[in-house]
Design a protein around this ligand. Structure first.
Ligand code: ATP
Length: 395
């Protein structure tokens, strides 16, 4: 939670530009709930860019401003952030597209927000410090433990709010208010979430994967047919059990996210990193490796089978596979993958091997010998290297 001293400082600084300043949205909700959050979201009624720039200069931070969205972020030397936005209205030309943004008063800014519990502002300007703006009875909904939208078109304008409604309701143990729930289900039935770009849906999924109650949240997105509608996808038979297995084992958020990607129909339109794409492929194609893995015992063979599989994919598979296969993957991750040779290319050169592809062949053979404990010391490894180089030079 941002400290009072910081808020006073930010309010005074905005005052220099004759603009009112507010702590807005989530941080205000969290203060009223008695929860602490890391965000400092400040809204000013004018000169957001100038205010942000001056804050950055005063705290020796960096400032980035996005003119199109009228939002900026100050990054402090300790890597924490202060978000500075210009209060604005947003208009949606078509459902599920990004809105057009225009400067407006704080009152109008609160109207464009997703839920009453997030449409809250706490003034931090000198003279009015601590004054709460709650035009949509957010405080009352916090007390009633309800997630409620502000207008009937909310989920049609922006279906990402459906993910957000689920996330906030489950995070706080709130209900989605009945009319809100009806409109949310209508938006899904009408197929509105399918109009979202994969980028926006994946952003929401990433946020969910970082939440402590992510399992319940992901189950709710499936139960409400939200993910199905976004991707024209049907969960596989193993999907929910895989999800339960992973989400209950305090799996890293990035791994849970890759697991989701491996189940969803990821296409080239999906903004996924090269590493995520490779992990997804490896998980999908694992059956061929699994069949061989069950039969092998020799460490070097296990190494050869698993070395090409990206590490995130292996960590996921170690949690999903049968105990037999999982224990081999764990052996690889915890022991075999860190085994190295003491002989390097430099030694091979000293032994007279001309640099080229043969280096890899010799170094691999030395590594396999190490893995299988056929060599146990540096001397033995060097002897083996000498023999191999001798043979190679004869070829
Ligand atoms: P969290 O606690 O997860 O950080 P937050 O409420 O701070 O949640 P942000 O995603 O950081 O949420 O957004 C900040 C504020 O911006 C929200 O509190 C809400 O008022 C508003 N907001 C965010 N996304 C939307 C949206 N899709 N539609 C309308 N308002 C939104």
């Amino acid at each position: 939670m941002p400290g009072q001293e910081l808020l006073c400082f930010l309010g005074r600084l905005a005052g220099k530009y004759r603009t009112r300043a507010f702590l807005v949205g989530g941080p205000v909700r969290d203060i009223l709930l008695g929860r602490s959050g890391p965000d400092t979201d400040i809204a000013v009624e004018s000169d957001a860019q100038k205010v942000g720039r001056e804050i950055a200069a005063r705290v020796h931070g960096r400032f980035v401003f996005h003119s199109r969205f009228l939002t900026g972020t100050v990054t402090l030397p300790d890597s924490t952030h202060i978000d500075i936005t210009q209060t604005r209205t947003e208009t949606y030309s078509r459902p599920a597209t990004l809105p057009r943004v225009k400067p407006a008063s704080i009152e109008n800014d609160l109207i464009r927000r997703d839920f009453t519990i997030n449409a809250l502002a706490l003034e931090i300007s000198p003279g009015n410090f601590g004054n709460l703006l709650d035009p949509h009875s957010g405080q009352q909904d916090l007390a009633r433990r309800l997630v409620r939208i502000l207008h009937p078109n909310s989920f049609i304008d922006d279906p990402t709010r459906i993910f957000r409604a689920i996330r906030f309701a489950i995070r706080f143990g709130f209900e989605i208010e009945l009319e809100t729930l009806r409109l949310m289900r209508n938006s899904i039935k009408q197929g509105c979430p399918a109009l979202l770009t994969p980028e926006r849906v994946l952003y929401e999924l990433r946020l969910i994967c970082s939440e402590p109650l992510r399992l319940q949240m992901l189950e709710a997105t499936v139960k409400e047919k939200l993910l199905q509608t976004c991707f024209g996808w049907q969960p596989s038979r193993d999907f929910l059990s895989g999800l339960q297995g992973l989400a209950s084992k305090s799996t890293r958020p990035d791994l849970l996210y890759v697991f989701l990607l491996s189940e969803l129909p990821v296409t080239d339109r999906f903004p996924v990193t090269k590493s995520e794409r490779e992990s997804v492929q490896a998980i999908r194609n694992f059956s061929a490796i699994r069949a061989r893995l069950i039969r092998v015992k020799r460490p070097s063979t296990i190494y050869r089978l698993l070395h090409p599989v990206p590490e995130p994919a292996l960590r996921i598979l170690a949690l999903l596979e049968s105990r037999e296969v999982a224990s081999v993957i764990t052996l690889y991750l915890e022991q075999l993958s860190s085994v190295t040779t003491t002989v390097t290319g430099r030694e091979l050169r000293k032994l007279g091997l001309v640099p080229g592809p043969k280096y890899r062949t010799v170094l691999n053979r030395l590594l396999y010998a190490r893995l299988d404990c056929r060599v146990k010391s540096s001397e033995q490894e060097l002897d083996l290297a000498r023999n191999l180089v001798r043979k190679m030079r004869k070829q």
